[in-house]
Design a protein around this ligand. Structure first.
Ligand SMILES: Cc1cc2nc3c(=O)[nH]c(=O)nc-3n(C[C@H](O)[C@H](O)[C@H](O)COP(=O)(O)OP(=O)(O)OC[C@H]3O[C@@H](n4cnc5c(N)ncnc54)[C@H](O)[C@@H]3O)c2cc1C
Length: 392
């Protein structure tokens, strides 16, 4: 087993790092935990596109670069280290593009893939509904055939970036009589279509990152159905593993980790360096152990994808472990900083500009988004350990 990167991969990493250093020096963005989710810059995405860092693993015939998932993971690791503003293209690059490659027809591939790669369009994911999150098979939003169109009615919720997206990737019910898992389909829907209303939801950290989206008699051309009608649930089962697998599940608050270590090296409490406090040293070392384990999980998932396999069990292991690491990091930071750890960004007394408190509020969502911890543990229990499915 070889854990080293090739010379080309090391060069790629350095190239990305240099690119990001220049952007930070030019003041294009600030390095800050959760920055990649909060920020959204088409200009930045276009700069990445010009360097070939969007659609890296996709076939060349659609403008992709046919590179390995390890190469993509390297680019992502650097982007996340700096928390670069990749929100414009990220969801389309991570999961919509691969879904179109797997399930879309030729026309759809020619239409959407080059636009994603060139950062011309931004796409949000509309799966969850008020009564369907973990249990996506229960979605109630309907799409009924009418001539050359489908008419969509219903509601999506928690749609990240929906207020800035050009399209929403939607899971909807297309058959009211068939068994649930044989009644769903996937559509790509233009957000400007009449009948769509996007309403903001402000998260606990005070940021508008997700939304409610309402559909009222929204007329969508039939050619926007991706894959066969009523096969949406089966398509989705393959797609969610892309969503669970990446380094973004480990590194959403990575700057906090780096800054916390530096803080402990520099600061003193009651005249004693924090770096010599046994509790703090132990905490930081523990976090480093967990971070390195999480990083290996993420690269294992990238390697699995490189082998042409969908990482189901591996993605569940990875996200279950990594998101808990992120939460433990936020928790540890507030403990190391003591009462100062509760001060929010903007307070002149807040160490690290309030990143600890801010990250703590964000971190609650880490084990919910893209598959909850409990659901992931169920996957590990059944598909990993061969335990029976628990019926409630
Ligand atoms: C920050 C953030 C961003 C998001 N972005 C998007 C997005 O862009 N697009 C989108 O479609 N959705 C998005 N979501 C929604 C997310 O995917 C759902 O919140 C998630 O799937 C859980 O669904 P739910 O909230 O309905 O909770 P539920 O599924 O109702 O779960 C409630 C609780 O029950 C537990 N539970 C549920 N089923 C089981 C089970 N079988 N066994 C054991 N325990 C179970 C869960 O673990 C949880 O603790 C986002 C969520 C967050 C927090």
């Amino acid at each position: 087993m070889d854990f080293s990167f090739t010379k080309e991969q090391e060069r790629l990493r350095q190239e990305v790092r240099d690119f990001l250093e220049t952007k930070v020096t030019d003041g294009e963005f600030q390095v800050k935990s959760n920055g990649w989710v909060e920020s959204h810059s088409q200009k930045f995405s276009k700069d990445m596109s010009r360097r070939g860092w969007i659609g890296m693993t996709w076939p060349k015939e659609y403008g992709g670069h046919n590179q390995s998932y390890i190469d993509r993971a390297i680019v992502m690791e650097e982007m996340l280290t700096y928390q670069a503003p990749i929100g414009f293209h990220f969801l389309a690059d991570r999961q919509v593009g691969p879904a179109i490659i797997h399930f879309g027809n030729d026309e759809q591939k020619k239409t959407y893939l080059p636009k994603i790669i060139n950062a011309d369009i931004s796409i949000a994911i509309g799966l969850s509904e008020p009564n369907a999150g973990s249990d996506l098979v229960s979605v109630k939003t309907t799409a009924m055939e009418q001539g050359d169109f489908y008419i969509i009615n219903g509601q999506k919720v928690w749609t990240t970036g929906g207020h800035r997206a050009d399209y929403i990737w939607c899971l909807v019910r297309t058959d009211l009589n068939a068994p649930k898992h044989k009644a769903l389909s996937e559509f790509i829907v233009d957000v400007k279509t009449p009948g769509i209303t996007v309403r903001p939801i402000i998260n606990m950290a005070g940021v508008h990152s997700f939304n409610e989206i309402f559909f009222e008699d929204v007329k969508v051309p039939k050619e926007n159905l991706v894959g066969p009608k009523n096969r949406g649930f089966y398509q989705l089962m393959a797609q969610v593993d892309y969503e669970r697998a990446g380094l973004e599940r480990l590194m959403q608050n990575y700057p906090l980790f780096k800054n916390l270590v530096e803080y402990a090296k520099k600061e003193k409490r009651n005249g004693n360096p924090l770096s010599k406090d046994p509790f703090i040293r132990n905490k930081l070392a523990e976090l480093e152990v967990e971070y390195q384990v999480g990083r290996l999980f993420c690269y294992q998932v990238a390697w699995t994808l490189s082998q042409g396999r969908i990482p189901n069990y591996e993605a569940a292991l990875c996200k279950a472990f990594c998101t808990q690491f992120e939460q433990r990091l936020s928790d540890a930071a507030t403990r190391v900083l003591g009462l100062y750890g509760q001060l929010m960004p903007g307070s002149k007394y807040a160490p690290m500009d309030g990143d600890a408190a801010d990250s703590y509020l964000w971190s609650v969502s880490y084990t919910i988004q893209g598959g909850t911890l409990e659901v992931l543990k169920n996957i590990v229990a059944t598909r990993g350990l061969g335990l029976p499915v628990a019926k409630s």
